[in-house]
Design a protein around this ligand. Structure first.
Ligand code: GTP
Ligand code: MG
Length: 445
């Protein structure tokens, strides 16, 4: 990843899908020079260069004058701590791309993925755990993950570790001073103080570790979603699997309007089992909204239970529901097998009416979810080994101090702990770590 800070970089900062407003972000020493020849500011702020400012403007792109708002942040006030500009305008992708091209014609270059956040990190505005939290906020799929990322962004994870690191550095300085003056009989730190401080640092690291461990369990439940055409018997099967009449069942196609979620334990795993409205083409009205909700659930499912009626051939739409899911995230189930024999023997034959195949379906769900890859928080993956190593070194330092094994040994262990903590907060960031973290970002962030 290029870290050429003297370059001025540009990217579209708003999402790739259509939005009402679009944002083009420019950052670098020549940010203002790069826009002033093709953007006319209605009201150029006199104090441009010292405080952040907003001005109405028109941008000359694609042979027309486009209304926009221009936000300007001078060095110290911006995210990257370099002069930065955001052009907010109509969210049309081709127009935004024209703006990026205009900026590139006037001295900027396209930003690489995560390069704005990399600059914020290099400028000391964020530490690594916070940079990852930026990504976490962008990618957050659920409330819990969002809250966690926001807390991380606010320094929830890294501030105590940075403080522990600072105290350990101080402790090391005392120890080394003691080693330098070993002949003089000056005590820079008492043994009791040394042990107490090592203990505090170890507590702090272990607390951070327990915070990370809480993340692996996945704040989101695994979603297992029943889907299929209307009236095939999804709700009946859903009820049979959970063992209660939670979903309304009726002979009428379109009975299920809302999605219905139940939390159950299958194969030792707590999962969210979700019943959806039958999927078919409808023009408008509540049924259409129900289907939209349903198809959102289906597309976000960790495991899709595709229900086909054993009494008839699958329609094109039913086939598509099956084909669209990755092989390890789908199960094919025939319903109403008390009325007909399914054509495909490899699928699970069920009948909610007579209780056929329900246990088999539960077992198949358990087997599939056990094979799902664990979704682990990115910061947790990166930091766990370092924190474990740091905790271990602090433990060894503590026992060396307690048994009077000599301050050299204690100092060696503290140095090791410091190196690992430095990796977590990014004080010691190797190119490899930076590459891994920032390449996961999208361009413009
Ligand atoms: N014979 C028989 N009938 C069933 C079976 N499962 C469901 N049915 C009947 O099929 C009809 C539709 O069942 P539902 O479970 O409501 O179907 P659904 O797929 O949830 O329907 P929508 O919510 O409208 O999409 C009802 O009349 C059920 O009694 C079954 O295993 N055997
Ligand atoms: Mg239903």
């Amino acid at each position: 990843m290029s870290a050429a800070l003297e370059d001025t970089i540009v990217a579209i900062g708003s999402g790739a899908n259509g939005a009402l407003r679009g944002v083009v972000r420019i950052s670098g020493p020549a940010a203002y020079d790069c826009v002033k020849s093709w953007i006319a500011l209605q009201d150029p702020p006199e104090h441009f260069g010292r405080t952040s400012a907003l001005s109405a403007a028109t941008a000359g792109v694609a042979d027309r004058q486009l209304p926009c708002d221009l936000y300007y942040w001078p060095d110290q006030r911006s995210y990257t701590r370099q002069p930065s500009i955001e052009i907010h305008t109509i969210g049309s992708r081709p127009l935004l791309e024209e703006m990026v091209a205009a900026a590139c014609r006037h001295g900027a270059r396209m930003a690489e993925p995560g390069e704005f956040t990399l600059r914020a990190f290099l400028a000391g505005r964020l530490d690594l755990t916070q940079a990852e939290a930026v990504l976490g906020v962008i990618d957050a799929e659920g409330d819990a993950r969002l809250k966690q990322s926001l807390a991380q962004l606010a320094g929830g994870l890294s501030s105590p570790l940075a403080e522990a690191r600072r105290q350990l550095l101080e402790l090391l300085a005392h120890l080394e001073a003691g080693l330098d003056f070993v002949e003089e009989d000056i005590e820079f730190i008492t043994s009791a103080e040394l042990c107490a401080q090592l203990n505090d640092a170890r507590d702090c690291v272990e607390h951070a570790l327990s915070q990370l461990t809480g993340r692996d369990a996945g704040d989101e439940l695994i979603k297992v979603v029943f889907c299929g055409a209307p009236n095939v018997g999804k709700s009946s099967l859903f009820n049979a699997v959970i063992g209660e009449e939670a979903a309304i069942v009726a002979d009428l196609a379109g009975t299920t309007r809302d999605t219905l979620q139940k939390t159950i334990v299958i194969g030792g795993q707590t999962i969210a089992l979700i019943d959806t409205a039958g999927q078919e083409e409808v023009d408008a009205g509540p049924q259409q909204s129900a289907q939209r909700l349903g198809s959102e659930q289906v597309s976000r499912a960790d495991l899709r239970i595709v229900c086909w009626d054993a009494g008839r051939e699958a329609t094109f739409a039913e086939q598509k529901l099956w084909d669209d899911a990755p092989a390890d995230r789908r199960l094919l189930v025939y319903t109403k097998c008390d009325l007909a024999t399914p054509g495909d023997q490899s699928a699970i034959a069920t009948s909610a009416a007579v209780g056929q195949g329900i246990l088999e379906l539960r077992d198949a769900i358990a087997e599939r979810i056990a094979q799902l890859p664990e979704t682990e928080d990115a910061t947790a993956v990166r930091c766990r080994a370092s924190l474990e190593q740091a905790a271990e070194s602090l433990m060894s330092a503590l026992s060396a101090a307690e048994s009077g094994l000599g301050e050299e040994l204690v100092a060696v262990e503290i140095r090791m702990a410091l190196a690992e903590l430095g990796r977590v907060v990014g004080a010691i960031a190797t190119d490899d770590i930076l590459d891994v973290i920032f390449s996961r970002f999208c361009i413009g962030k």
